[in-house]
Each structure stands twice: as structure tokens, then as C-alpha cells.
Design a protein around this ligand. Structure first.
Ligand SMILES: [Cu+2]
Length: 168
């Protein structure tokens, strides 16, 4: 907490986010560039060859039960797991109490750094991939430390979950 102090000013209000947004722009460009697309293609290839619902990432970073225990959320990060600071993608594999994947949900993901009381300069976008998979992109975890991905699920099942992610 205290070791965040030198960086604290950016947490205070909206304008201080501007430097992050500026710094985030080149990251955003990298994010959309060829290496990432190549990585994604590799991932897709590996997925279709093996286990489509658990993917090629192996064990999840963490698995969270939603607050009302309606859903289980297995969490994977890319390009690294566990993640280093910067803009990442977070993949959710969502199953119900019986272990069946749940599609057709609407997810909103709001990253929060609880020790400092701030969020992120950008709002993550979430795309449904089928098979209970949902991928949040533009997740800008711009500082090392503990983040909570405050995740709201709406649709056939409505629930909330807080997904802890430790960023190196
Ligand atoms: Cu912070």
C-alpha cells in the first residue's frame, strides 16, 4: 500500500489518468499488431486440436465462484499468465453448478485496484466465444499489485463475481 505512495497522485481524479491513457496508446497499437494476432492464431489452432472449452493455456490463473454461487468462473490471462502490468486479455470460462458451460450471458468487467481506490482509464470490452467462453480485452492493469476484476453477469443467469488478479 505505502509503496504505492509515489504513484498515488494519478489515483485521485480523472485528469491524472491522462498520462496513463497516453502511455496506453502505444500498448494498444502493439496489442493489435501482428505478434498478438499470431499468438491468437496459435491459440486457436491449439484449441481446435485439443480441448476447446479449457483451451491451451493449461490450468487457470484462478477459479472463482460467483457471489450467489450460481456460476463458476475459470480465469485465464494473456499474453502472460500470471500477467505483467499493461493491457491484457482475460478469458472467462463460465460453468453452472452442474459444470455445464453457460452461453448467452452479458458480462461487464470493471477493474479496480482496491488498495488505491482507482480503476482503469479504459473500459474492457467483452466478446462471447461460445462454449462458455468470454474474452475481455482492453483490460489495462497499468500498475503492479492486486487488482479486482469486478464482474457482473446478466442474462439467463444473473450474478456477480470479484476476480482477484495479481499483476507483477
Ligand atoms: Cu494503483
Amino acid at each position: 500500500m505505502k509503496n504505492h505512495a509515489p504513484l498515488a497522485p494519478h489515483a485521485v481524479s480523472a485528469p491524472p489518468f491522462a498520462p496513463h491513457a497516453r502511455r496506453g496508446a502505444p500498448l494498444g497499437l502493439c496489442w493489435r499488431s501482428a505478434p498478438w494476432i499470431a499468438l491468437m492464431a496459435l491459440g486457436l489452432a491449439a484449441c481446435s486440436a485439443a480441448e476447446p472449452s479449457t483451451g491451451s493455456a493449461g490450468a487457470p490463473l484462478t477459479t472463482v465462484t460467483s457471489q450467489q454461487s450460481k456460476l463458476k468462473l475459470a480465469i485465464y490471462t494473456s499474453p502472460e499468465q500470471p500477467p505483467t502490468r499493461g493491457t491484457i486479455a482475460v478469458r472467462y470460462v463460465i460453468t453452472d453448478a452442474s459444470g455445464a458451460p453457460v452461453d448467452g450471458l452479458t458480462l461487464t468487467v470493471a477493474p479496480d485496484m482496491p488498495s488505491m481506490g482507482h480503476g482503469t482509464p479504459t473500459t474492457p470490452k467483452v466478446a462471447a466465444k461460445g462454449g462458455g467462453e468470454y474474452v475481455a480485452t482492453d483490460v489495462n492493469l497499468f500498475m503492479a499489485g492486486r487488482w479486482d476484476l469486478r464482474t457482473t453477469v446478466r442474462g439467463a443467469v444473473s450474478d456477480e463475481a470479484i476476480v482477484p488478479v495479481d499483476v507483477r
